[in-house]
Write a protein that binds this ligand. Sequence first.
Ligand code: 0X9
Ligand code: ZN
Length: 444
Amino acid sequence: MGVVPMPSSQFALTVNTLSCLMSMTSPKFDNNGRTNYDGFQVLSISNGSPQSDVLSIQTNVLQQLYSSNKLFNFMGEGPNRIGATDVMICPEQADNVKSLLSTYDIPFTVKSANFQQNIDSHEEENNRILAQSEGTMNWMAYQKLATIQNWMDSMATKYPKIVTIQTYGSTSEKRPMRVMKISATGNNGSMPIIWLDGGIHAREWISTATVTYIANEIITRAVAGDKNDIVNKVDWYVVPNLNPDGYEYSFTSDRLWRKTRSKIANSTCYGVDPNRNWDFQWGSKGTSDNPCELTYRGPRPASEPEVSSSQKYILSIKNRIRLLISFHSDSQLLLLPWSYDDVTIPDKNDLEKVARQGAQALEAVNGTKYIVGTPPKIIYPCAGTSTDWARAVANVKFTFTYELRDTGKDKFLLPPNQIIPSGKETWAGVVAMVQGVMDFYKNN
Ligand code: 0X9
Ligand code: ZN
């Protein structure tokens, strides 16, 4: 393929002159006040082969389009190093962007000609299944926040010796921050802790669904008197919704909402990326200072009550935490520190061994493949993440991030019939990781 030289300054001008009449930062609303993506297109832009000139030009073009933000909103968080990058374009700019990509020989396909239709059919399917269960918890569909909260309470009521719920903070919109503690030996505060959290990013519904699936597995086993070490030799601390305001908002108002819902001073935009807001390496690579962007880091480290209360709570139990896993989607990755920059941790081999055991056990269930590595190497650097903070500040040696299903087909609109298969395989992956970590501490 012919290599088109990259006229950077000239190109920047081209990008700046493009804009959406209704930009992503002031989106359209339907009659019910919900954000509407009618006519928005999704393009899937192939990433080419690493090292090729085409890739660097493409990365450059994408980077500039991305930082001009008003143009379109990435379905992901920016150019990925793997697979394809999905971008969303407002109707007014679709032709312009497509011809720009063609000019630079960047291959793309139109993945959706009207993204609102994809959202609508995903929602109709989920609502149809939800209607059959009338607010009772199950893993056939993505559950509303209230259903998840009620389920947590009902587990604690039913199995008070095993399950306890603690509220450790409250959100910008005054929702409780809640952790479910599961302890087969009775929550006496002496066992090593496995920490799992989901829903940091609101729209990544499969993360919350998978985390509750796993919690349910543990409870079921504990109730049945399972004698396995993963039930009896550890306590599980599970936060299904680390960003409850955002989760609720993604159900009621904007299916693609990612951030918290805090009000930002001097801005019309809301919310902070809670996975850029933790107080370690805050504000460095892969973070934005623009409140209207998806990766807005916030006005200061741990500005979000969701993050500051989680930090405080994790610090209060840090000496017992042996393994901390944050769940996101998508791309099927199992990530280890550091994410803030391409810096190698000294005990990389220990973490990689555990991650590989996890990925292998996960794959053995349904054949689903996960890539193990660090964010800067396989996706992009990003600073202020939960798992970097837990490792650096809370001194937890084993911290990991799962990017769950899929590899790009449906992304955040993952069909509900994948919740159980995802739950089953991820549970197997987590069990293998807990065993790996327990083996490590037995021998060290
Ligand atoms: O950008 C992110 O925050 C994560 N990807 S996502 O598509 N779910 O938004 C990647 C974060 C990876 N790193 C750590 N959490 N440490
Ligand atoms: Zn995420």
